[in-house]
Design a protein around this ligand. Structure first.
Ligand code: PMP
Length: 404
């Protein structure tokens, strides 16, 4: 009775529930192929670790940073992003804020732009936290769906139909968690045209997986085709995925100065500036090393998707396979699999959790139910497990999926 309705109405992270079950199974001596992971099983590069160690010696590493992050690092992120996206000189009115992870940047960005009742368009499958964050600020998520047939890429026409006078913003996440794909250049071009047409629409571009693209062509972004939309674009990124440093909690947002100022206000009254030690190490770290650092990660991901394709083919599920290209997930569409017959005859529309539980009990493979990503009858599979257990797990899983 002490809890606010805001908290009562919000959903706890689904992965926590799945992890409880996994831990119970492990305690009971069962082997689990844990494919729920949202992080890479790698440590950051030695150059970065050495820099962290060096920064331990300075008093400033332990003291408050500026509210929006250290100036040098804000400039470094701003320059880096402009260079990477080839948009130098096109974002003169922009600034950068550093937060405690890109999740924190997203939350503050939404708080800066949403008034109660404003709608924010999400493209399903979407990252679990978007709808909850939008609702926390009094906004209303409006979901546009997609299908496994189209490698989970929504039609731009459908997005246009979802835009109304209530729409404040749209979030796009490419490379996508949980689909493991990035939208094509053609898609980005027509999305850019759509944004140009709707001149009050803000776009949040969540780019946290942009360095983890393991098949060419590399991700491109709508604003590269129509730079005039940059003034309405909020770019969010961080070090969690590209530096394999989820626990260090550094993310950032690049947007128009007025928006960044708003985010800074929220940050000033809530969390203050982000971790000084990590920021100082990042100021010294050479971002050009990122590509080299990500190479072995990409190699492992390419091998994992090859194993998925092989395992599907071996049991006659070729038609259910789609080629992932980026981030480190694969979204299984149960509704296209023979096993779905067992579940399809009930009254409920979505059986994701039920199926994921059944898979865990029967095969030992742990997945995350897709319902939390806005995709019915599906599950997210992480591709980060080491080769031998992954190959074993995916074979068991494919066998389960192919059986009526
Ligand atoms: N966006 C997406 C799509 C994510 O998958 C994640 C983390 N899983 C985040 C943002 C947040 O990342 P972080 O806060 O660790 O930077």
């Amino acid at each position: 009775m002490y809890l606010s309705s805001r908290v009562k109405e919000s959903q706890a992270s689904i992965t926590l529930k799945v992890n409880e079950k996994i831990n119970r199974m492990i305690q009971d001596g069962k082997y689990v192929y844990n494919m729920t992971n949202g992080q890479l099983p790698f440590k950051p590069s030695s150059e970065f670790k050495d820099e962290l160690a060096r920064q331990l010696n300075f008093l400033k590493s332990y003291q408050y940073s500026s509210i929006s992050g250290f100036k040098e690092l804000r400039k470094k992120f701003l320059d880096y992003k402009q260079k990477k996206r080839e948009i130098e000189g096109k974002i003169s009115g922009h600034s950068c804020i550093i937060s405690n992870g890109s999740k924190h940047s997203l939350y503050n960005a939404l708080g800066t732009i949403i008034d109660p009742g404003d709608e924010v368009i999400l493209l399903a499958p979407y990252w679990v936290s978007y709808p909850e964050m939008i609702k926390f600020w009094g906004g209303v998520p409006h979901v546009v769906s997609s299908h496994g047939f189209d490698a989970y890429t929504p039609y731009v026409d459908e997005i246009e139909k979802a835009i109304s006078s209530k729409t404040k913003a749209i979030i796009i996440n490419s490379p996508n968690n949980p689909a493991g794909i990035h939208y094509t250049e053609k898609w980005m071009q027509s999305f850019a045209d759509l944004v140009v047409k709707h001149e009050n629409l803000l776009v949040i571009s969540d780019e946290v997986y942009s360095d983890i693209a393991y098949f060419d062509p590399a991700p491109k972004y709508f604003y590269q085709y129509r730079p005039e939309v940059l003034e309405r674009t909020l770019i969010v990124d961080g070090i969690s995925k590209s530096l394999a440093a989820t626990g260090l909690r550094i993310g950032y947002c690049i947007a128009d100065k007025k928006i960044i100022k708003g985010m800074s206000k929220i940050q000033s009254q809530t969390t203050s500036g982000p971790n000084s030690l990590i920021q100082r190490a990042l100021i010294e770290y050479n971002f050009d090393n990122l590509e080299k650092f990500c190479d072995p990660i990409k190699m492992q991901l390419r091998e994992s998707t090859r194993l998925v394709s092989e395992a599907f083919r071996a049991v006659g599920l070729d038609h259910c396979f789609y080629q992932t290209t980026s981030a480190f997930y694969y979204l299984l569409d149960f509704s296209r699999m023979p096993m779905f017959e067992k579940f399809d005859n009930r009254e409920k529309e979505d059986h994701s959790t039920e199926i994921v539980n059944d898979i865990l009990e029967k095969t030992g493979v742990a997945l995350v139910p897709g319902s939390s990503f806005g995709q019915k009858n599906s599950a997210r599979m992480s591709l980060t497990l080491e080769k031998a257990p992954f190959a074993e797990g995916i074979t068991k899983l494919a066998d389960y999926l192919a059986r009526k």
